[in-house]
Design a protein around this ligand. Structure first.
Ligand SMILES: Cc1ncc(COP(=O)(O)O)c(C=O)c1O
Length: 397
């Protein structure tokens, strides 16, 4: 396949549109087709032998990839500056398959506490059943985070920015500290995208994304991806064949289509996220805003060093409790009351109820998921409309 444009000579926006895709398809088609086949065939046994001896690149079975998967993976590797990428059916499938692949009985894992709830649950509840110990560390001080590393620690799993409190980790010293101790570092960079942050440039071993969010960007498809060192990706690719969390070709196509507007969407979302955060910060009914782009954020200095934009997820505490939060949620007219983030449509959620109700108050208190917390995922609507809507909703309390 002749590449659309050589990678090394082009900038980000051009990579987003062209990288990973053929200059033209076998029939001259511009768009990478959906290779909607579960099975791939061979001309004869000679071709089978060339394939199994790695002398000829072929496809075999869609669980091991299709040409549509490869286009997403190659595009993502180009955006992250990674040696390779591997597509998964969901972000959680990327998390669980990667950790199962890298950890064995007797190993220890460090996870940043303010991680996506399901990731944290897998690490603290499921992995221990397989003899893997897990320590949670609060995000922030790098020395304290590194102090959790033990002689049997294999992996440090971090999110940056974190979800929902948008803590930003100081990546270069964290990565260096892990590597000095022989620990592999994985960053879930979902909230940043490669437009705002590229952890591989700082030396991270693996970077992971829920593509369901900004990368696919249209709230209509699930997906996950892991990028990084080719030697690890080779093991992971083989292990995915066993675990089975592969994407479907049609899903890969929707992700690829969504990705092509990533630069434009992120520019607008960075702008709107900042405007909403600034609006909320000065509002008298708002007690605290969590957004790394704000100068008042304890993470702003670090974020400004390693990120080129701060995204569109804004978390805030209103003045009041559950009743007031519910009133604001129900008064909002533009965002849908729904989980997720990073899509075209604005979404708002009350994490203490939607995400954490069943976990019980003790767990909510442990992770500071307060009744007054609202998480707003700003979409692509006009930001003045979004702010006017927030203003009228906050006037209800
Ligand atoms: C930071 C982060 N990582 C991973 C995931 C899981 O991704 P998915 O929903 O695609 O399985 C999520 C989902 O909300 C997330 O917010």
């Amino acid at each position: 396949m002749k590449d659309s444009v050589p990678n090394e000579s082009i900038r980000m926006a051009t990579k987003i549109v062209h990288s990973g895709e053929a200059h033209m398809g076998a029939q001259g088609e511009l768009i990478t087709p959906i290779a909607q086949s579960a099975v791939f065939c061979y001309e004869n046994q000679a071709q089978v032998m060339r394939y199994v001896r790695d002398e000829e690149k072929r496809f075999e079975y869609a669980r091991y990839g299709t040409p549509t998967h490869v286009a997403v993976e190659r595009k993502m590797a180009a955006l992250e500056g990674a040696e390779d990428s591997l597509l998964f059916a969901t972000g959680m499938s990327a998390v669980t398959t990667t950790l199962f692949c890298l950890l064995s009985q007797g190993d220890h894992l460090v996870v940043v506490e303010d991680a996506y709830k399901r990731t944290r649950g897998f690490c603290t509840e499921t992995l221990p059943r397989f003899g893997v110990e897990c320590t949670l560390v609060p995000p922030g001080n790098t020395r304290n985070m590194l102090a959790a590393i033990r002689p049997n620690t294999k992996v440090f799993f971090a999110e940056s920015p974190t979800n929902p409190y948008l803590a930003v980790l100081d990546l270069p010293p964290l990565i260096e500290g892990c590597h000095k101790r022989g620990v592999l570092l994985i960053i879930d960079s979902t909230l940043a995208t490669p437009i705002n942050q590229r952890p591989i440039e700082f030396g991270a071993d693996l970077v992971l994304h829920s593509m369901t969010k900004y990368l696919a960007g249209h709230n209509d498809v699930l997906g996950g991806i892991v990028s990084g060192r080719a030697d690890i990706l080779k093991r992971l690719r083989d292990f995915q064949g066993e675990m089975g969390g592969s994407a479907d070709p049609h899903q890969a196509y929707l992700i690829l289509r969504g990705m092509k507007t990533l630069q434009l969407r992120m520019e607008k979302m960075n702008e709107s996220g900042m405007a909403v955060a600034k609006f909320l910060e000065q509002h008298k009914k708002v007690a605290r805003v969590f957004y790394p782009g704000l100068k008042s954020s304890p993470y702003h200095a670090i974020a400004a060093k390693q990120m080129s934009g701060y995204g569109s997820l804004v978390s805030f505490w209103i003045k009041g409790g559950e009743a007031e939060a519910f009133r604001v949620m129900d008064a909002l007219r533009i965002p849908r009351n729904a989980p997720s983030l990073g899509g075209v449509e604005s979404l708002v959620c009350h994490p203490a109820s939607l995400t954490y109700y069943k976990s019980g108050r003790a767990l909510r208190e442990k992770f500071d998921i307060r009744d007054e917390l609202i998480r707003y995922a700003v979409g692509l609507e006009d930001v003045e409309d979004i702010i006017a809507d927030l203003n009228q909703a906050l006037a209800q309390i």
